[in-house]
Design a protein around this ligand. Structure first.
Ligand code: THU
Length: 134
């Protein structure tokens, strides 16, 4: 682990819990906050944004990743995901595919409502990502 990484991870966890407060989730009432730590050492955060046409909802993870990518970041080493659940909530399948596009086996840090964390390696939960091969 590079020097100071643990401090950045603590910051990532704290910021994900804060990001949850920015959720727009009037339909499900299920708030999610997510932040990525980029290879440049920057943090980008997002929260879920729902829609009256439910399927147009976007998850917190993708908001965070797309914000980073728009700022010309192209890789991240960790993603933290915070919810108000007792359980550790894993990223949905669509978000796993998006995570795979911009990272190489990052740490996935799950945060429950008590601020407890569980860390898994991304490839454990998404071993064979689709990649375009022509
Ligand atoms: N949600 C996320 O933000 N991330 C996930 O990985 C799964 C689900 C959101 C979408 C919706 O606003 C709410 O959680 C309930 O599905």
């Amino acid at each position: 682990m590079p020097k100071h990484t643990h401090i950045l991870i603590e910051e990532l966890v704290k910021r994900s819990i804060q990001a949850k407060n920015r959720a727009y989730a009037p339909y499900s009432g299920f708030r999610v906050g997510a932040c990525v730590l980029t290879t440049n050492g920057r943090i980008y955060c997002g929260a879920n944004i729902e829609n009256a046409s439910y399927s147009l909802t976007i998850c917190a993870e993708r908001v965070a990743i797309f914000r980073a990518v728009f700022e010309e970041e192209r890789g991240f080493t960790a993603i933290a995901i915070a919810t108000d659940s007792d359980e550790f909530v894993y990223p949905c399948g669509a978000c796993r595919q998006v995570i795979s596009e911009f990272s190489d086996n990052p740490d996935v840090i799950l945060i429950n409502k008590n601020g407890e964390t569980k860390t898994v390696k991304f490839k454990q939960i998404f071993p064979d990502a689709f990649r375009l091969k022509r």
